[in-house]
Design a protein around this ligand. Structure first.
Ligand code: GLC
Ligand code: MG
Length: 699
C-alpha cells in the first residue's frame, strides 16, 4: 500500500465528546449516567491512531469541570496519555458537571471557548471526529469557522427508538433533528453494524449513502486470569447443586426486550438441558425487588416465577451483583466447561456480548434480529435463532453441547475472529477514510468518454488475494480511458466498505444488490440511477413474491437489511428448493428472476433486473459498444452478465453454477484465481483485440 507518510500525511485528529467523565484509565464507568461505552471507543480509537506514524497528534476534546466527587483530573486543561495523545478540556465558564438539557444549554459557550482555543494555535487540526449528535453540532460550527471537515459517529440513534415504540416527546424529536443535521453535514459517518448503517441511518432524510462507512470497533476485553475464574466460581457456587456441569451463560440487563425469560423457559421446559447444564444469568445489578426500577422488577419477578414453576432450584444461578472480573471469569468458566453463551433478545442493536463471548472462546446461540446477524455470520461462532421460538433456542443449545466438532470449530473461529477485531485495524480503516475526506481529489472523477468498460464482480473475483488486488489496482491506475464498474450481490454500503478494505480502484459506477441498483459516482458522491429503477419496477410485486415463498421448506429469509427495494434474498437448505421456488412463482404467475449463488444464497429479482441487464444499461449510458465490454465473475449471480458479454472472464476459482459457460465463444477461463485471474483475463482481451486489429490492417 502507498505510504501516506510519503505523501506528506501527518494528520492531527481531534475527537470530540461532550458528555461523561472522560479520562485516562482507569475510567470509572457508570459514575454518571453519561459515562458509558463511548469512552472505551474514543480511548481505543485515539490510542491506536496515536501509535501510527502517519498521525502527528491525536487529541480528545471534552468539557472541563471541577467536581471533587467525580475526580479532580476533570479540571486539568491538558492531560497527556502518551506523547502524541492528549485530552484537552475546554472551560466553558461553567465548571459544574453537566448532563442532558444543562449540557445542551452550555454548548454555545463551549463552542466559543473551543474555537478561541483553536484560533490561538500555530497549527489547526486536519480532521474532527464527533461522537454523538451534540458533538457533531460543535464540529459543524468548527467547520463553518475554520473549514475543518468532520466525521460523525452516532453511537446510538433516536429514530430507531421511536420506531421501537418510544414515546414521541420533545426531547426525542429534537434529538432526531440534531442527528439528521449531523448526518447531513458530516463528510463521513462511521458506525459499527450493518443494521445501523443500512437500516437505521438510511431512514434519516439527510442521509447520503456514499458517506456511510461501517468500521468494526476494537474489542476491549481482557484475558481472564485464574483468580478471575475462581471469583466467578464463588459467585455462582451458592446457587448450584452440581458445579461441574457446563454453563449456559446469558449477560444482559433485566429489560423486556432482552427476553431472558425466553431462555429460562427454554431451559425449564427441557429435561435434557436441565440434566446436562447449569444456567447462569447475569441480569444487571439489582437493588432488590422493593427498590429497583419497575421494568427490572417485573422481569426479575417473571424469572423467579418461572424458576418456581419448573423447579429449577440448584441448576440456575442469578446473582444480584457482579464485577467486571467476575464477568470475565464467567466467560472463561463457560469456555472451560464447554458451555454456551446465549443472547435471546427480541431485538439487539449490535450485540457486544457476542463479541466478548467469542473473545473468550465460548460458542453462542443468538437472536437473529438485529446486529447479531452480522457478528455471528462474520465470526462463524454459533447459531442464530428466532428468539420467539423456545424450541429452536433449546435445540440450538443442545446441538452445541452435543456436537464436539461443531463446538470446537465455533470456539476457535470466535476466538481468532474476535482477537483480530483490534483498534489498530479500526485505525487503519479510519485513516483511509480520513485521507479521502481531507483530500477530496482522491475521490474518483467521472470523465466523459471511455474506450472500454470493465464490469467485475467483487467477492472472490477481486477479493481473496492481497497481491492480486494490488496488481489490478495498479493496472487500473494507468488506464484513465477505461471505465471500471463493480457488479456485486452486496448492498452499496457494504460494497464500498469492501472496495476500501481491499484497496481496489474506485469504480465509475456501482452495480449492487445483484444488479437491482445502479449508482454513479460523481464529484458530489453517489447518485442512484432512477431510470434503471423505473425500468425494473414495472413488473415487480415483492409482497406477492414474499407470500408465494413464505412456507417453502428449506427456504429461510436472509437478514432484514438484505431485503432491498428490488431484491428478496434467502438461504437455501436442501436440494430441490430452487425448483420449488420457481414452481411457486410460476403458479402465482409472478415473473421474477431466481438466482442461486454458491449453492446456498438465493435471490429473487424483477424479471428485467440482474447484473447482465444492469451492465448493458451502464454500457449504453457510457456509449461503450458491446464489443468493448469485459465482464468478470466467479459465481451464480454473475452467470447472466458473463453469458451475454462477448468478452467474459471467469477466474480460476469459479463455482459450479458457471460450468455450463465453459466453451462459450469469447469466454476466457483464467489460470489464476481471484484478482490475478481477473487481470489475466483483461490482459488476454487486450492482446486479442490488438491481434485482431493488426490482422484487419494486414488484410
Ligand atoms: C451477497 C448479498 C446476498 C446475496 C448474495 C448472492 O452476499 O449480500 O444477499 O444473496 O450476494 O447474490
Ligand atoms: Mg463473487
Amino acid at each position: 500500500m502507498r505510504s501516506r507518510k510519503q505523501k506528506g500525511f501527518d494528520l492531527h485528529i481531534l475527537s470530540i465528546a461532550l458528555g461523561g467523565c472522560i479520562r485516562g484509565e482507569p475510567v470509572q464507568y457508570g459514575i454518571t449516567e453519561d459515562t458509558g461505552g463511548h469512552i472505551t471507543y474514543i480511548l481505543g480509537e485515539m490510542e491506536a491512531l496515536s501509535r501510527r506514524d502517519d498521525v502527528d497528534r491525536a487529541e480528545i476534546v471534552t468539557r472541563l469541570f471541577d467536581d471533587e466527587r467525580l475526580g479532580r483530573e476533570h479540571a486539568i486543561a491538558e492531560e497527556y496519555l502518551n506523547p502524541k495523545l492528549a485530552i484537552t478540556r475546554i472551560d466553558s465558564g461553567n465548571r459544574k458537571y453537566l448532563a442532558k438539557e444543562q449540557l445542551a444549554a452550555d454548548r454555545a459557550a463551549f463552542v466559543a471557548a473551543l474555537i478561541k482555543n483553536l484560533r490561538q494555535r500555530d497549527r489547526l487540526p486536519d480532521i474532527v471526529h464527533a461522537h454523538f449528535a451534540d458533538a457533531a453540532d460543535v464540529a459543524r460550527q468548527i467547520k463553518d469557522a475554520l473549514s475543518i471537515p468532520f466525521i460523525y459517529t452516532p453511537h446510538s440513534l433516536g429514530l430507531d427508538k421511536l420506531e421501537a415504540g418510544a414515546e414521541r416527546n420533545i426531547g426525542l424529536v429534537d434529538r432526531i433533528a440534531e442527528e439528521d443535521a449531523a448526518i447531513g453535514h458530516a463528510a463521513g459517518i462511521i458506525a459499527s453494524s450493518r443494521d445501523e448503517c443500512e437500516r437505521q441511518l438510511t431512514a434519516y432524510p439527510s442521509v447520503r449513502i456514499d458517506r456511510i462507512h461501517r468500521i468494526t470497533p476494537g474489542v476491549c476485553a481482557e484475558p481472564a486470569t485464574r483468580s478471575d475464574i475462581d471469583a466467578a466460581r464463588q459467585l455462582v457456587a451458592p446457587f448450584l447443586k452440581d458445579e461441574a456441569k457446563p454453563v449456559i451463560l446469558a449477560v444482559a440487563r433485566a429489560v423486556r426486550k432482552k427476553n431472558l425469560i425466553g431462555l429460562v423457559e427454554a431451559f425449564g421446559r427441557s429435561e435434557e438441558l436441565r440434566g446436562r447444564a447449569n444456567l447462569v444469568l447475569l441480569a444487571g445489578q439489582r437493588k432488590g425487588l422493593l427498590e429497583g426500577e419497575a421494568e427490572q422488577n417485573e422481569v426479575i419477578s417473571e424469572i423467579i416465577d418461572a424458576i418456581d414453576q419448573h423447579e429449577l432450584y440448584g441448576s440456575i444461578a442469578y446473582p444480584p451483583h457482579h464485577s467486571r472480573r467476575e464477568v470475565r471469569g464467567l466467560y472463561a468458566l463457560a469456555a472451560e466447561g464447554r458451555g454456551v453463551f446465549v443472547n435471546p433478545a427480541l431485538i439487539e442493536p449490535y450485540g457486544l456480548t457476542l463479541v466478548e463471548a467469542a473473545f473468550y472462546g465460548v460458542p453462542v446461540v443468538a437472536t437473529k434480529v438485529g446486529g447479531p446477524c452480522d457478528i455471528v455470520r462474520e465470526l462463524q461462532h454459533g447459531t442464530l435463532v428466532d428468539p420467539t421460538n423456545i424450541g429452536e433456542i433449546e435445540a440450538a443449545i443442545i446441538d452445541l453441547l452435543d456436537d464436539k466438532d461443531k463446538w470446537n470449530a465455533a470456539a476457535i473461529n470466535g476466538h481468532s475472529g474476535a482477537h483480530s477485531m483490534t483498534w489498530d485495524r479500526y485505525a487503519e480503516k479510519f485513516m483511509m477514510l480520513a485521507e479521502e475526506v481531507v483530500d477530496p481529489q482522491m475521490r474518483s472523477k467521472l470523465s466523459q468518454s471511455y474506450h472500454h468498460l470493465v464490469v467485475s464482480d467483487l467477492d472472490n473475483t477481486l477479493t481473496g488475494c492481497r497481491e492480486g488486488a494490488r496488481r489490478i489496482a495498479r493496472f487500473f491506475a494507468r488506464r484513465d480511458d477505461d471505465a471500471f464498474a463493480i457488479a456485486t450481490g452486496r448492498s452499496i454500503i457494504e460494497a464500498q466498505r469492501i472496495v476500501r478494505e481491499w484497496n481496489l480502484p474506485q469504480p465509475t459506477v456501482w452495480i449492487t444488490s445483484v444488479g437491482s441498483e445502479i449508482y454513479w459516482s460523481g464529484n458530489d458522491g453517489l447518485t442512484l440511477d432512477t431510470d434503471f429503477a423505473d425500468q425494473i419496477e414495472r413488473d415487480w410485486r415483492p409482497q406477492e413474491v414474499e407470500r408465494a415463498l413464505d412456507d417453502v421448506p428449506g427456504l429461510e429469509p436472509q437478514a432484514n437489511y438484505e431485503q432491498r427495494r428490488f431484491k428478496r434474498s434467502y438461504f437455501v437448505g436442501e436440494e430441490g428448493v430452487v425448483d420449488e421456488v420457481r414452481r411457486r412463482l410460476e403458479e402465482d404467475k409472478l415473473e421474477a428472476r431466481v438466482i442461486l449463488s454458491h449453492g446456498h444464497l438465493l435471490d429473487v429479482l424483477p424479471a428485467s433486473a440482474g447484473k447482465g441487464a444492469a451492465m448493458l444499461h451502464v454500457a449504453r449510458r457510457l456509449r461503450v459498444p458491446v464489443e468493448r465490454l469485459i465482464a468478470i465473475g466467479d459465481s451464480g449471480n454473475d452467470h447472466d452478465m458473463l453469458s451475454i458479454c462477448e468478452n467474459s472472464v471467469m477466474v480460476a476459482n469459479y463455482s459450479g453454477e458457471l460450468s455450463d459457460l465453459v466453451g462459450q465463444r469469447g469466454l476466457y477461463v483464467a489460470q489464476r484465481r481471484h484478482a490475478a485471474g481477473a487481470l489475466e483475463g483483461i490482459v488476454a482481451y487486450h492482446a486479442r483485440s490488438r491481434r485482431n486489429s493488426s490482422e484487419r490492417k494486414a488484410a
